[in-house]
Ligand binder design. Structure first.
Ligand SMILES: [Zn+2]
Length: 213
């Protein structure tokens, strides 16, 4: 969706609300319940370019760019009412029935882009860093995922691979306070920089999967 009104203005917010209601599928989706969440379901602009916002189930399902008709119908969505939308840079979840399959939804050019991933058989020989959150403390398993490219390229078997946190823990990883490196080290600035880097990294990956060149 695009709009010419300035970011964060009431007009933009209202327009987004109406737009979101068109495909609303559950009573919980526009509810701002918890006090630590943003008071409005659509979030103010952040400085970096990957801006996550509340996305309803129908739009998430429609956003997938590398699935078959059957896969789109059968893909299992997470509990969207439990998602802390203001604390994620991408939405990621594993399929509860297909142990090798995972899904991510990334905002690219203001539109959600859903990507189905398959964890490859090969496990990393040593602890490997996640390409997206680049967490140096390696707090969780990092695995190699493979994503079919969109469109004809994907149907021909063209894939994009990436190392990423096995259960997509990146959002939590970058929001932890980094270890203080030296006296005067700006912990909050470092944290914000990691959050921005995660947004940029997942967006780069999504653009790579979208690209069929
Ligand atoms: Zn990660």
């Amino acid at each position: 969706m695009s709009t010419s009104a300035p970011a964060g203005s009431e007009e933009v917010v209202d327009a987004l609300c109406v737009d979101g209601l068109e495909s609303l599928t559950g009573p919980h989706l526009l509810r701002a319940s918890d006090s630590d969440r943003a008071p409005h379901p659509y979030l103010p602009h952040r400085k970096h370019h990957s801006i996550m916002r509340v996305i309803d189930a129908a739009r998430i399902r429609a956003s997938f760019i590398n699935v078959s008709v059957r896969e789109r119908k059968s893909l299992v969505l997470p509990d969207l009412s439990a998602v802390a939308w203001d604390r994620i840079d991408y939405l990621g979840w594993r399929d509860p029935k297909l142990p090798r399959v995972g899904y991510v939804v990334v905002i690219v050019d203001d539109e959600p882009v859903g990507i189905m991933l398959t964890q490859t058989e090969a496990s990393p020989r040593s602890r490997t860093q996640c390409v997206w959150c680049a967490d140096v403390q390696l707090p969780n398993d990092v695995v190699l995922f493979s994503a079919k490219r969109a469109g004809a390229a994907g149907r021909r078997g063209d894939t994009v691979g990436t190392y990423a946190c096995a259960a997509f823990e990146c959002n939590a990883n970058v929001r932890r306070k980094p270890r203080t490196a030296y006296i005067g080290f700006d912990v909050e600035a470092a944290r914000q920089a990691r959050i921005a880097a995660l947004g940029a990294n997942v967006e780069r990956f999504a653009r790579d999967v979208v690209s069929t060149a």
